[in-house]
Design a protein around this ligand. Structure first.
Ligand code: ATP
Ligand code: MG
Length: 338
């Protein structure tokens, strides 16, 4: 049975790792890995989301597994379009909309006009009648229930899958911002490289992510370990290792230092009044990459500012998109014109 809606007003957080979807008056309705598997020859779609993600590193020659968003930016337009279209089709099967689909899509800071236009085209190509863009840090701050309209500095850090976006917001705008190409997926790569160079053990991306999430902490957690299984690079034979929080800490230390270095730069550049706000209220941490236990304390020690963890940090951006589309008249001013 169809549910009838005047229009489908949808928020799309096109993440490097996971796409999250908010539907007006329904909330967050989808969370799907941004991965698509295609037949190499015919380009026919074989799998989307979780099923396609499982194929990474396991695909035969005739299957292409594509991640349409790289480091926060849509790079494979055709695949991004098919991906979004399939999500919208699913929603259209559930809801009959009289006026069609309207989208608000989150974009990282510093996109070029061409890149913004590309995102709009993906939205329109996937079947939407209207497409609006909004900067992700603004959405993340709204999703964290912060009052971005006050004359008060808010420093928000979104450690996603492919990027870490750092933005200083005041009076509804981004005063200073920087996006660096480090995120949870970079941590996975770091784990792979660490095990290879330190133990001569070769593991795949899936194992690395599982180890990271299962251990989930850079603080010593009483001998807890996760058994990673891979191959000995010298003998080519199977090899196992008990992966621990210490391994995780050593693997990603360099990246955490880089994040804290950029945070320090932003803090150094902050106008004095905003800096005093940050000192008083601290920094807000969003994004799935921030779910590693102890990461906040590490940053706190490095930058000597309080770090606040946002609830359900992976959904901060999409919750913000939801807030905007539920009260579009109020929040229209934050939408970007292309
Ligand atoms: N419990 C967890 N512990 C550690 N890392 C996690 C956990 N859950 C998810 N992650 C990591 O969070 C990342 C995804 O986070 P998020 O959904 O915020 O990214 P994204 O929005 O897809 O990426 P981006 O914003 O960079 O485009 C992945 O790298 C994933 O491995
Ligand atoms: Mg994100």
């Amino acid at each position: 049975m169809f549910k009838i809606k005047k229009q489908l007003f949808i928020g799309v957080d096109f993440g490097t790792a996971v796409t999250k979807i908010y539907l007006q008056e329904a909330g967050i309705v989808e969370e799907i890995p941004t991965v698509i598997a295609l037949n190499r020859r015919t380009r026919g779609v074989l799998a989307i989301g979780e099923e396609a993600k499982k194929m990474i590193g396991r695909n035969p020659m005739n299957i292409d597994v594509v991640r349409p968003v790289l480091k926060g930016v849509v790079v494979h337009f055709d695949e991004a379009l098919i991906f979004l279209e399939s999500i919208l089709d699913r929603l259209k099967r559930e809801y009959l909309s009289l006026l069609g689909v309207k989208l608000i899509i989150g974009i990282p800071l510093d996109l070029t006009e061409v890149q913004k236009k590309g995102v709009i085209d993906v939205g329109l190509g996937s079947g939407a009648k209207e497409v609006y863009l909004i900067e992700e840090p603004i959405a993340a701050a709204l999703g964290a229930n912060l009052d971005i309209e006050e004359a008060k500095g808010i420093l928000i850090v979104d450690i996603g899958g492919g990027t870490t976006d750092i933005a200083l917001i005041s009076l509804g705008g981004v005063v200073l911002g920087k996006s660096i190409r480090i995120g949870g997926d970079t941590f996975n790569e770091a784990i792979i490289n660490y095990l290879k160079s330190k133990f001569g053990l070769l593991i795949g991306e899936g194992q690395a992510e599982e180890a990271k999430i299962k251990i989930g902490s850079i603080v010593n957690n009483r001998g807890e370990h996760f058994l990673v299984k891979g191959r000995d690079i010298l003998t080519g034979l199977p090899k196992e290792l008990h992966f621990t929080s210490q391994h995780l800490r050593e693997s990603i230390a360099e990246h955490l230092e880089e994040i804290s270095g950029v945070l320090k730069d932003i803090v150094n550049l902050a106008p004095p009044d905003l800096l005093s706000d940050i000192s008083q209220y601290g920094v807000y941490l969003a994004g799935g990459g921030s779910l590693i236990h102890g990461l906040n304390n590490f940053l706190e020690r490095e930058i000597r500012l309080k770090i606040n963890l946002i609830d359900d940090p992976r959904y901060a951006v999409v919750r913000g998109l939801g807030k905007v589309l539920e009260d579009i008249n109020h929040y229209r001013k934050y939408l970007i014109n292309v």
